[in-house]
Design a protein. Sequence first.
Length: 162
Amino acid sequence: MKPKEVEGLRACMHETVDEYCNQLNNASEDQQIESAQLRAKDRFEDVMLDTVRALYNDQNEESTPLLLEDQQELRRRFRRHTLEMEGPGDQQPGESLYDRVLRFFQRLLQHLQKVWQDVLTWVEEKTARLSSAVKTVWDAVKSFFSSMFSSMHQVFLSPLQV
């Protein structure tokens, strides 16, 4: 990763953690806590997707950008996994705000790991299909030229054999 993208990702993640902690500290109802958790999850997913897109486009400047349907599929794969939210009733007796925040981010990390495993599986399948298609085309091209050279060889040899 380029330092620019890494620093941007880190800055957004720090900002998201700060916002979540501030919202949690001021939250009094289940709904407010769930909303803060959902915003944090969505923000993390969005910043990671944006970073992937930026890195892909930076590394592939001469080729086509990430196709719109691939961008949409990537986003869909991120969004199809749900993270179970917790309300204030889930707070353990004597649990500090730090412990509660840590527990949420541990669950979020597990969630993101599942998401990335799904995304990597999709990319591997997609590249395997692309690799297979490229191999099929290459085999056809190679067969065409082999056949053509064989025919040319016969054409050039036939006058010499007479």
